[in-house]
Design a protein around this ligand. Sequence first.
Ligand SMILES: Nc1nc2c(ncn2[C@@H]2O[C@H](COP(=O)(O)OP(=O)(O)OP(=O)(O)O)[C@@H](O)[C@H]2O)c(=O)[nH]1
Ligand SMILES: [Mg+2]
Length: 454
Amino acid sequence: MNSQETIVAPITASGQAGVAVIRTSGSLTRDILKRLTDSAAEIIENPRELKLARVLDSGATLDRALVVYFPGPGSFTGEDCAEFHLHGSPYLRARLLELLSENGARLAGPGEFTERAFHNGKIDLAQAEAVADLIASETDAQARAAESQLSGQLSGAIADLGEPLRNLLAEIEAHIDFPDEDIDPESWSGWKTRIDSVKAQVNQYLASYSRGKLVREGARVTLLGLPNAGKSSLLNRVLGEERVIVTPVAGTTRDSVEARISIHGVPVSIFDTAGLENEQRKAGEIEKLGVEKSWQAASEADLNLFVYDSSQGEPDKELISKLKNNSAPTILVANKEDLKSDSEVENSELKTISVSALTGSGIESLLKEIAETLSISNKPSSGEILITSIRHFTCLETSSTRLDSAREGCSSQVPAELVAADIRSALSSLDEIIGVTENEDILGRIFSKFCVGK
Ligand SMILES: Nc1nc2c(ncn2[C@@H]2O[C@H](COP(=O)(O)OP(=O)(O)OP(=O)(O)O)[C@@H](O)[C@H]2O)c(=O)[nH]1
Ligand SMILES: [Mg+2]
């Protein structure tokens, strides 16, 4: 990728719209403004202000557009940038892209604007990743986590972890320079304490990943049970719309169906599945394929809800014990409580919630139980660091292992060089999070997931 080239891309979604925005970044930006607009001087002399201009196509007016110039290095990418806010016609957009390429710009690759911002030191790697997360966010918790990372909160926290380690390293290295002097026991124990305090903080960030992962990736909840238990009715009730077919005929749902809701900002995919079979009720040939998919969905879930018709007695024990073989927790949902004379639920070692998909009673308690089981009921306080990316988690984990080893080294008073090496390697894992040490492979993987235009 040659960063000398001027790149261009539409930065709004395709199709007809009120406005379509096309952005350029690179050294040809001013030339392009001069050749393709009738008021380049005004646009360039008033940076960061939208100016009404005629966009020119071989001297004729292609469109009257709002055009803005962002001079480098104060722009998003750090280079000279411009934006053309055209009328949102696919033809105008395509034609301007053609004109821009005739004037020396080339179409940007995925994430190339953000990648240039990273290479030009405008943002670090964790912030660059947050740009993609923010664009992909579907719920408030996702948007808040991405925004906080983009604002540099995570990067600041990582820098705060590194600072005491760098000081400690300098001190240890001073001892290494004078190998004849013995290191006194107090120094060893002082170093150990300092490593411990960084490690405690690293552990806290690592612990936040269980929630962070859920916020970023969402959770999967599967509805399972015998035919006619009311799984589909329950899904419709939770969604507040008639999303899936409900009939009194057993075996109505033949395939797994996914629907998305947000619980405390965590995107939750709920899967309605085909009714299972047991000793009393064997599935037909087509139904069997659905049943297989139901068990598959159960094995992929973060939480399984076993729904049963509580007016018909106890839930099927064999099915429940089969369900418990999955690593995900199971909640029993005693449905059709409106048909029951007494509201007592049978004792079970599993948490049981009584509901009626018909009347809506108990649904709130069920959602609350789901949130608690998935550990998403407590919103983190603002300013709390949330690790949402597996890449960051892995770097922190490696760092933590190196710190353990450094701590061990202090306990057994190994040569100070070894402790220093562990601390250096702990630091380098932390630096990887914010991309201090550039690794082409990691960068390639991160930016290839971006959309073109960001
Ligand atoms: N009285 C009452 N009827 C319910 C309740 N929930 C579901 N039903 C009825 O039970 C029947 C079966 O409901 P479904 O939601 O289709 O059941 P399902 O578990 O999805 O069944 P399959 O798709 O066949 O596996 C329908 O006639 C529903 O109207 C409830 O809470 N109370
Ligand atoms: Mg169904």
